[in-house]
Design a protein. Structure first.
Lengths: 402, 171
């Protein structure tokens, strides 16, 4: 690719990304920098590998806990490396198509591997608003198992040296190498994130050409998705947490009537209600994960209300617990000593165990309910499968319903 | 006086809450702790000691907290004071150590069947004798409070009312 073509490609990428800025801006590193500015800066700091370049070497740990060097794939006539991530809704939407590529090209000499390039600490909580797990190595194992990945999934989030050499702008971003391990295609997988009305199957076109021994028709395409989360941005990403920890933690008394009203979900949003108590170990175990869930999803139509089943004379200990976990949400405590009356009034079918977590749709119908410690992953998947899609990531609700 | 000699059947009314594994009709409450109780005698005379014994069996997998815990709701057995009754100390068995890994806490609990004993004495003081002069029996009332959990779920503290009636023998 000549310099002009490369420049055009970059501009094309930036334009495409800019259209997504309203949504993806939530994924951006700072509020001071626009998404386009961020992409331009990152392109200069981590330039994308040029067509014709040799595949940069690596030796990365996979979700099988084994090291995987580039040389391991030397026998494959064609090597496709997809940079993907757990958290990115665009990346999630492409998982099924990546798996299909693996199946369709396995007998054609194509080996596909995936690398997660993001620094887990460089992903701000708000950027996890479509995710059931973060981008850590352990989370990769969970996500890959749940989505039944049929390809090696390697982690590169600590040093990002390999990611830096390849220069993925976003996840997903695919790089396809020929037998000599020269880069022959890099860019998007196809031109439609949702997977409907695809007009250009760019990665497949490149693979078909390489399998047939023909020149790749289009060597570069603009990418779209979630910007690569470089560790250099960790400090900026912590801004959100600083803002969060600056919020006050309050605890308000709630009456039976108010609780009954809460049960109908007057918020107009998806509402998670968690009943807990200081005398409940499992409640204390679970609570931080529920708060994290709220931190991740709060930029969407999602609310979280906690209700302490401590008696009024125990308010100080309840407040202490909430302070320790910085529960800067709507925290309530019952106004009576009769915990069982509260439970019966709130939900007669409640068998009185705590923690008790209920997720209600905006119309009040029950999405999720668990008495006892929640399976937080199942809870998050259920919530994600019920939160409305947001423009650019249309199809994500459906993704989580599968 | 003959009437006082007539033995009254010991009426153990360990409250409907404590028997079996039934569910309460008011709310759907699983049985967490089976409670049975007995007195050491069915008749006492002034100055005699007798004992209330609670036979307590946590539901499978559940534990209740021992009196030594601070951050959880400990089990507590209490007899309501009344004239003619001298209430001695409650004896709880040694607790088991329960390690709750998620919070890295070691807590004193009871997970296996255990007994709690309460020593009582029919007061022999002149005032008590006067108070019980015409009484054929003595109704003893108490409460057992506890809170139960397993490693995934807890239940709010419960208080079980307990009542016994013991015949009073002529001194």
């Amino acid at each position: 690719m000549n310099a002009n073509a490369f420049r055009r490609a970059i501009v094309g990428c930036l334009l495409l990304c800019a259209t997504a800025a309203r949504v993806v801006a939530q994924q951006s590193a700072t509020t001071e920098e626009t998404y386009a500015q961020q992409m331009a800066r990152e392109q200069s700091e981590h330039p994308t590998l040029k067509i014709g370049s040799p595949a940069p070497d690596f030796n990365l740990i996979g979700i099988d806990d084994k090291m995987h060097p580039l040389a391991e794939y030397a026998d494959a006539p064609i090597l496709a490396i997809a940079f993907i991530s757990n958290h990115c809704p665009a990346s999630q939407l492409y998982e099924g198509r990546i798996k299909q590529i693996v199946r369709d090209y396995a007998d054609k000499g194509v080996k596909l591997i995936a690398i997660a390039p993001n620094g887990p600490m460089a992903v701000a909580p708000r950027e996890l608003n479509y995710a059931e797990v973060d981008d850590s190595f352990d989370s990769m194992k969970i996500h890959a198992a749940y989505r039944q990945f049929n390809f090696p999934y390697l982690y590169e989030g600590d040093t990002q040296q390999v990611a830096h050499r390849y220069g993925p702008k976003v996840t997903p971003h695919i790089f396809i190498f020929d037998r000599e391990r020269k880069l022959r295609y890099e860019g998007r997988i196809d031109d439609n994130m949702r997977g409907t009305n695809i007009k250009s199957n760019d990665a497949r076109n490149a693979l078909d050409a390489l399998v047939a021994g023909r020149p790749v028709p289009v060597e570069h395409t603009p990418v779209f998705g979630c910007s690569t989360k470089w560790n250099s941005a960790i400090a900026a990403k912590q801004k959100e947490m600083k803002e969060w920890t600056a919020k006050p933690v309050t605890l308000q008394t709630v009456s039976l009537d108010e609780l009954k009203k809460l049960r109908t979900n007057p918020t107009g949003k998806t509402l998670m209600i968690n009943f807990w108590a200081t005398w409940c170990g499992p409640c204390q175990t679970e609570y931080p994960e529920l708060l994290t869930t709220y931190l991740w999803y709060r930029s969407r139509d999602f609310e979280f209300v906690s209700v302490a089943l401590n008696t009024p004379d125990e308010k100080a200990s309840a407040q202490k617990f909430l302070d320790e976990h910085h529960s800067a949400i709507r925290n309530l405590i019952i106004d009576t000593d009769d915990v069982y009356a509260v439970q019966a009034a709130f939900d007669p079918t409640w068998e009185s165990g705590v923690p008790f977590t209920l997720v209600l749709a905006p119309d009040g119908h029950e999405i999720y309910r668990v008495e006892g410690e929640a399976d937080v992953l199942a809870l998050r998947r259920k919530i994600l499968g019920n939160l409305p899609d947001a423009g650019m990531f249309a199809g994500n609700t459906e993704y989580w319903q599968k | 006086m003959v009437n006082r000699i007539i033995a009254l059947a010991l009426l153990l009314t360990c409250a409907p809450l404590v028997a079996g594994r039934a569910w309460s009709q008011q709310t759907r409450r699983p049985t967490l702790l089976d409670v049975a109780s007995r007195l050491s005698t069915d008749r006492v005379k002034a100055g005699e000691r007798f004992t209330v014994t609670l036979d307590l069996t946590p539901a499978p997998g559940m534990h209740v907290y021992a009196p030594t815990v601070a951050d959880y709701k400990p089990i507590a057995f209490a007899i309501r004071p009344q004239p003619g009754l001298v209430i001695g100390p409650v004896a709880y068995p040694p607790a088991e150590k329960y390690f709750y890994a998620p919070l890295k806490q070691t807590v004193d609990v009871y997970q296996k069947p255990f007994q709690v004993k309460q020593e009582l004495t029919l007061d022999s003081s002149p005032a008590a004798r006067a108070a019980l002069q015409r009484a054929l029996s003595l109704t003893v009332q108490g409460t057992l409070s506890y809170q139960a959990c397993d490693d995934k779920i807890c239940f709010p503290p419960r208080t079980v009312p307990l009542t016994w009636t013991v015949a009073i023998k002529e001194s």
